[in-house]
Design a protein around this ligand. Structure first.
Ligand code: CUA
Length: 147
């Protein structure tokens, strides 16, 4: 069997790209400590937003995305806190993106997505919706205030 040389190049290039993506995922999760978003079974009780203090440096945030705001829009935590974000949507698909922390999740109705991130430094971390969700999309944002 003879493989065309262009076909062979395409196969080698695909393999190389696949390796690059694979190592990029490993690098981000182990070196940069960026957690992989996980999908957990939908719980009917998760319809109200809340910020729960589990410990002095551990928080759980239940975020509800809806047209066109996040609930809660403002989250205040002390520096050095680790936050578990649980995210769902009450209407259409929204996004949840914290640029400085490499956090990027989708808010999907009937689904809860979870990601954990640590806020070492004080400051204001803006989060935005990055999935086009209608006429008010550009106003959909909030912030994590780390003190
Ligand atoms: Cu919600 Cu865009």
């Amino acid at each position: 069997m003879v493989i065309d040389k262009y076909e062979l190049r395409a196969i080698i290039l695909s393999g190389a790209l696949l390796s690059v993506f694979f190592f990029a995922v490993l690098y981000n999760s182990y070196s940069r400590k960026i957690d992989m978003p996980t999908c957990i079974p939908f719980d009917k009780t998760f319809e109200k937003s809340q910020v729960k203090k589990i410990d002095d440096d551990l928080y759980e945030v239940y975020l509800v995305a809806g047209m066109w705001a996040f609930d809660p829009e403002e989250i205040e935590i002390p520096a050095g806190s680790t936050v578990d974000f649980y995210l769902t949507s009450k209407d259409v698909v929204h996004g949840f993106h914290i640029n400085e922390k490499g956090v990027n999740m989708m808010a999907i109705p009937g689904t809860i997505n979870k990601i954990t991130t640590k806020f070492e430094d004080a400051g204001t971390y803006r989060f935005v919706c990055n999935e086009f969700c209608g006429v008010g999309h550009q106003n959909m944002m909030g912030k994590v205030i780390v003190k």
